[in-house]
Design a protein around this ligand. Structure first.
Ligand code: UD1
Length: 420
């Protein structure tokens, strides 16, 4: 297993190019199952999660090839409808194949994903919505199973805003018979991008970008040909790195409109922020100011940035509060940040972060993608050396992170660790 060794205290400078968004790429890869043919996805982030989704598609009989950052998926010979436990448990987003398989083949056998590092993460809305569309799903030996399904349009109200369930039901509805009305949908950029791509392929979707989608099922879609939108979470992670190190840097190939609330929060923390055309330049303060952050569905502050902003608050001047309303237990980074000297007290889903003047390097353990990113950010200012083990979590969601950080002047190296 690989680990990262980071020596803190370097100022960062320069410009880093942001990769395609993992959370946009994964549903689009699953959407290739909706129609037979050769699909081209450009600006594909090269991550272990996108490779896992490629393996899921291959298991179903698709051919997947990566040419640099272009992923070509040939779904002509898909002949299996089973997404096995071994793949789904390593990456929950594998369940995205359920809707497309039911919509195109009327059959699917997809493992239930189980829990994750920060709690139960249910998929009841995915199942309830598909059942409302006539899927008659059963749970059999840990698998969600549908046979002889003919999806029919339905009205479905999401009791909570769910990114995953919105993508799942949208993919199912585009080929269902009749009209589906989805209410209280997610409007994350990844969802809007998926809807727009489906429309380019011939789907009929109204209300894109609003909380209410009306989808008229069509008989056939064209193969996908698109470029994945920039990863707003990766971009925001580099901006947080500038904020904590008091550095000036630019992120390129990004979409500033997707970063709105994160940019405002960074300004509250004392950063100077300049949003341009597909780039953002930020200058971090000498010491960040304390802030109060609450995670919410887009356009609110993303749960995927909660851990990284906590690292910034750890060295802020004053006491910050960070509330995660999306995932109440998503705080596995707290004890690891404490190993670096952070002073964080939990009250249910609220972290009270009393800023300290300095952090000090220590061996720590990555526990999930964004928790790992928080440890990287904290390590950039911690005195001395921080060793972050189990960075396979980081590799799930950040392409070439150590090269990108080294390009900005950070002292980071990747080592092989035995037996970690
Ligand atoms: C969530 C984030 C997404 C992030 C991803 C990975 C939101 C709204 N979503 O997406 O931005 O990229 O985590 O970190 O911020 N829920 C149910 N039943 C379901 C599905 C979800 O109760 O069937 C609940 C979840 O427990 C959660 C909320 O709905 O409290 C949002 O979940 P959802 O958006 O589906 O989660 P992800 O797709 O994982």
């Amino acid at each position: 297993m690989d680990a990262l060794i980071i020596r803190g205290g370097q100022r960062l400078s320069g410009r880093v190019e942001i990769s395609g968004a993992k959370n946009a790429a994964l549903p689009l890869m699953a959407a290739t199952l909706l129609t037979s043919g050769v699909h081209t996805l450009r600006n594909m982030p090269l991550l272990s999660d996108t490779r896992t989704m490629a393996r899921v598609l291959e298991t179903l009989g698709a051919k997947v090839a990566f040419h640099g950052h272009t992923c070509v998926v040939d779904t002509t010979n898909v002949a299996s409808y089973e997404a096995p436990y071994d793949l789904v448990r390593t990456m929950r987003a594998s369940v995205y194949v359920l809707g497309p398989l039911l919509a195109r083949f009327g059959a699917a056998r997809v493992s239930l994903p189980g829990g994750c590092a920060w709690g139960p993460r249910p998929i009841n809305l995915h199942l309830d919505g598909l059942n409302a569309m006539n899927a008659n799903l059963e749970i059999d030996h840990g698998y969600v199973v549908g046979h002889d399904v003919r999806l029919k349009g339905a009205d479905f109200h999401f009791s909570v805003v769910s990114v995953g369930a919105t993508a799942q039901l949208m993919m199912a509805a585009v080929l269902a018979e009749g009209v589906t009305s989805l209410d209280n949908v997610a409007i994350e950029p990844d969802i809007t991008a998926l809807a727009e791509v489906l429309v380019q392929c011939g789907a009929e979707i109204e209300g894109i970008g609003s909380r209410q989608l009306t989808i008229r099922g069509v008989k056939h879609l064209w193969p996908i040909e698109t470029s994945i939108i920039p990863d707003r979470v990766e971009g925001a992670t580099f901006l947080a790195a500038a904020a904590i190190t008091g550095s000036g840097l630019s992120i390129g190939n990004c979409e500033p409109a997707h970063l709105g609330v994160v940019l405002r929060v960074l300004e509250q923390a004392g950063c100077e922020v300049l949003a341009g055309e597909r780039e953002v330049t930020v200058r971090g303060p000498v010491r960040p100011a304390a802030i109060n952050v609450v995670t919410e569905p887009f356009p609110g502050f993303p749960t995927d940035m909660q851990a990284q902003i906590m690292a910034v608050c750890a060295v802020a001047d004053g006491t910050s509060t960070i509330t995660d309303n999306i995932y109440l237990d998503r705080f596995s980074h707290v004890p690891e940040l404490a190993r670096l000297g952070a002073d964080v007290r939990m009250q249910n889903n609220v972290a009270i972060v009393k800023g300290v003047e300095r952090l000090s390097g220590a061996p720590v353990m990555a526990t999930d993608i964004r928790a790992s990113a928080a440890l990287v950010i904290a390590a950039l200012v911690a005195e001395g050396e921080t060793k972050i083990s189990r960075i396979y979590h980081l590799d799930r969601g950040y392409e070439a992170i150590e090269q990108k950080l080294v390009g900005l002047g950070a002292d980071v190296k990747r080592i092989k660790e035995s037996g970690a």
